[in-house]
Design a protein around this ligand. Structure first.
Ligand SMILES: [Zn+2]
Length: 122
């Protein structure tokens, strides 16, 4: 591995070119690493289309996170609005991003508890 690539500020990090020129480790300094960009560019049509449209990988990832958050919030609202509904064809099958399961992430109360716990034990 060439360490100069990692520290070179003019290197095109966060691009397919960056990966092809040799930045193919997890040490990439870009917000979205060259490796991730390369992998997604070749395996994710939507990602490739957005790159070709002029978006940067960081913009695409930020937009995806926003969408996932909105989807999770909409899901939460839907559950609160229909507290009695448990089964149904329309439930839980509409996630555009299957990786972001709201069920797996800890609730706000749990997060707060963890933070307080950490504060007591620095
Ligand atoms: Zn890189």
């Amino acid at each position: 591995m060439n360490a100069d690539i990692i520290t070179n500020t003019t290197y095109p990090h966060g691009t397919v070119e960056g990966f092809q020129e040799g930045c193919n480790t997890a040490h990439c300094p870009a917000d979205v690493s060259c490796k991730t960009v390369f992998t997604r560019f070749n395996g994710d049509y939507a990602f490739r289309r957005q790159i070709n449209a002029g978006m940067t990988p960081a913009e695409i990832v930020a937009a995806e996170q926003e969408q996932a958050q909105e989807a999770a919030q909409a899901d939460l609202r839907a559950k609160r609005a229909r507290p009695g509904v448990r089964a149904g064809a329309s439930q839980g099958r509409h996630h555009r991003l299957p990786r972001s399961s709201p069920r797996k992430s800890p609730g706000h109360d749990q997060l707060r508890g963890m933070r307080e716990h950490r504060a007591h034990h620095p």
